[in-house]
Design a protein around this ligand. Structure first.
Ligand SMILES: [Zn+2]
Length: 270
């Protein structure tokens, strides 16, 4: 899949960009930060911080939820949606009802602790990582001529798309082959790494070339699952391939020249 994850660059835009701590610390679920501003958009309130460990929705991966708690004081802000616009991350939500002082709100300069909902993050990271692993399986299942397209890693209906057609007579056979291969690779395991490297090094990690949307003068973030070819990605992932667990490839559908591979995690299928 291509372009997985939220913005691959944290420096775009004219406003001060939010530092994305999960870029370097994908498995950290708590961090401290300083409040930059509190924004009201109609009924919605958004807290902007100098840095964040909460993942903003993008690249087919859902946003994190969690809390922003005052370092010294009773204020607790429940984060129910996280979005990135022009490099700035907006934490939407509401002040917790249990906050002792009901009129309290954050001010610029306040020190806070950010806490990620680990259950939701783990599920999203497993689903997203499974999408990467399916890319490797396409090659191993003799489908390497299909070009990776978009990925959607939401728990309701995850899928990865490839440009190219699998003949209808082969669909069930290839579905079974992909499912066997992805579970073989899960069992084999391997370390997952994310690194921000110069373009030429990034291309080498990704099998020799990068997609056209990656600027040649940039230092993209590359994610590698084990020894499989890497992929430019801004998302969060498991730390070990085996943490993905058993994967079901539920269906392959071909429409308008695109093959859509639907999958899910065995332990999240009803
Ligand atoms: Zn990724």
């Amino acid at each position: 899949m291509v372009a997985a994850g939220a913005p691959a660059s944290a420096t775009e835009g004219t406003r001060a960009s939010t530092k994305l701590l999960y870029f370097d610390h994908m498995w950290t679920l708590q961090a401290t930060a300083t409040v930059v501003s509190v924004i009201t958009e109609g009924e919605r309130v958004a807290v902007v911080l100098d840095q964040t460990i909460l993942y903003p929705q993008g690249g087919g991966q859902p946003f994190d939820t969690g809390f922003i708690e005052a370092l010294d004081g009773p204020i607790k802000f429940r984060v129910t949606d996280v979005r990135a616009k022009s490099g700035v991350v907006y934490h939407y939500g509401n002040y917790d009802e249990n906050t002792q002082t009901k009129v309290a709100s954050y001010k610029p300069g306040d020190g806070v602790k950010i806490v990620v909902d680990g259950t939701r993050r783990t599920l999203n990271s497993r689903l997203h990582s499974a999408g990467h692993l399916l890319d490797a399986c396409m090659r191993n299942a003799g489908l390497e001529t299909l070009e990776p397209g978009k990925g959607h890693h939401f728990p309701d209906s995850p899928y990865v798309e490839y440009k190219g057609v699998i003949p209808s007579k082969d669909l069930e056979n290839k579905r079974g082959a992909l499912e066997s291969e992805v579970n073989r690779l899960v069992t084999l395991g391997g370390q997952v790494r994310a690194m921000i490297v110069p373009y030429s090094e990034a291309a080498a990690l990704c099998g020799g070339s990068l997609p056209d949307y990656v600027a040649k003068d940039s230092c993209p973030r590359i994610v590698c699952l084990g020894e499989h070819p890497g992929c430019p990605c801004g998302g969060t992932h498991v730390s070990e391939i085996s943490e993905i667990g058993e994967v079901k490839v539920t269906q392959i559908r071909v429409k308008k020249g695109v093959s859509k591979v639907s999958y899910n995690l065995a332990d999240s299928v009803a």
